[in-house]
Design a protein around this ligand. Structure first.
Ligand code: 13P
Length: 253
């Protein structure tokens, strides 16, 4: 059984001062909730305070990126070891905003995944196509290429420590989520790639999230699909109440 996972990607939002009340409110709403694994991924500047606030709760901490080198003269970068040391359990890697604005290649994302695993961080690996690629009938090709780049570094015994997230770029921040059926279809396709590479059992145990305009209104329908194991949530994770409703998608409102 794959436990549902809801991860809030705050992106470049919330100062340290703004992070504190948001985290406290979230703790009040879902701090003891156990049916969903709940992860917050604030900016680096709020990781420490988040870690202090969420200890003794069920909320876990994630970062939004790392650099694949161990340490040294890489001005502005953050290592896997630093993230482990500050208390992160997860790290988002290969987000489309990093691939797009910062020219991260799939090969670089793969290096980052390797480095994360060395330091016991669970990577949430993002893949997904642009609108024009979908319209050209290339959505599966893009997802396959981005996923197989990760397979080149991922050993069978490591797959249970990674999470994939299908985030179609046209659905991110647009208010236009993929339909549950389309999202599920692509996630089933991604799972079939896992079956092919690592076998049925491993593929059945690997969690694959959907991301892109997830909100409290559409989460139930997404989660009702067979293969969607959770969500990577952007905008709706910036308010405790809306993120809590997503985390508690199983509950009657
Ligand atoms: P939105 O939920 O704001 O569309 O962002 C999705 C996303 O990119 C999460 O990583």
């Amino acid at each position: 059984m794959r436990k549902p996972l809801m991860a809030g990607n705050w992106k470049m939002n919330k100062t340290l001062t703004e992070s504190i009340p948001l985290i406290k409110e979230l703790i009040n709403l879902v701090g003891t909730y156990q049916d969903t694994e709940t992860v917050i991924c604030p900016p680096f500047t709020s990781l420490w305070v988040a870690r202090e606030l969420i200890q003794d709760t069920n909320i876990l901490l994630g970062a939004q990126n790392l650099y694949f080198q161990k340490e040294g003269a890489y001005t502005g970068e953050i290592s896997a070891r630093m993230l482990q040391n500050i208390g992160c359990s997860y790290v988002i890697l290969g987000h489309s905003e990093r691939r797009g604005y910062f020219q991260e290649s799939s090969a670089e994302v793969a290096q980052k995944v390797q480095e994360a695993l060395i330091f016991n961080l669970k990577p949430i690996i993002c893949v997904g196509e642009k609108l024009r690629e979908r319209e050209a009938g290339k959505a599966q090709d893009i997802v396959r290429e981005e996923t197989e780049a990760i397979f080149t570094v991922l050993k069978p015994a490591e797959v249970d420590r990674v999470v994939f997230a299908y985030e179609p770029i046209w659905a991110i921040g647009t208010g236009k989520a993929a339909t549950p059926r389309d999202a599920n279809e692509m996630i089933q396709y991604l799972r079939s790639l896992l079956v092919h590479k690592y076998g049925e059992r491993v593929a059945e145990d690997t969690r694959i999230l959907y991301g892109g305009s997830v909100n409290p209104e559409n989460i139930k329908a997404l989660m009702a699909e067979s293969d969607i194991d959770g969500a990577l949530v952007g905008g709706a994770s910036l308010q405790a109440e809306s993120f809590a409703r997503i985390v508690k998608f199983k509950e009657k409102e």
